[in-house]
Design a protein around this ligand. Sequence first.
Ligand code: E4P
Length: 216
Amino acid sequence: MLFLDSSDPREIKDIFAWGVVKGVTTNPLIIAREAGNVDLEQRIREVIATSFGPVSVELTTESESEMLAEALAYHAWAPERIVIKVPFSEMGLRVTHALANKHIPTNVTCLMNFNQAYLAALAGGTYVSIFSGRVRDMGYDVRPVIAMTRAQLDREKLAAQIIVGSVRHLMDVNEALEHGAHIVTVTPTILRKMLHNPKTDETIREFNSAWANRGR
Ligand code: E4P
């Protein structure tokens, strides 16, 4: 399954019409890059209005009480759509567990290895987000991280779903799915690259030109 890694309502509206993405992930960096110092609630409400499915909104505070208050505020914007994105840490696990007890869905984020992903799933994370590109930036192979996490979730019948994010190349998408990701979250740029193959363009041109010139 694919999610869209964007907060841009124009892109989101356009791409959801393709019928291929089933949710949205955002993070503070994406929102700051795409919309400067926009009001977060307004931006997320625009994302919700132009999409369907779960919308991940990331916490930006760092103490347990602040994170919980922030999570409850975001959740109230659209209880049936908002997923609280919780940065991974000991505090993050506490918050994930507390939100799970309140039946508020979470996406535990910034995961770089199997151990973190496993803890996030044990704490009750609805989604666990493994950052493919950033793992590779450190010189490690992300494929075994995804495969080990998926195998362990399946073995223990843990409910968490793996999202692979931080996708930089088309091969990252293919490899993530092949190694057991439930979901890959892709930017509009990556998704548009998935459309194209020069042989497809050439074949369509050949067919259409044959049709236009038929009988000549
Ligand atoms: C995933 O949920 C994150 O929003 C995102 O994919 C992080 O990617 P980056 O490494 O490009 O910041």
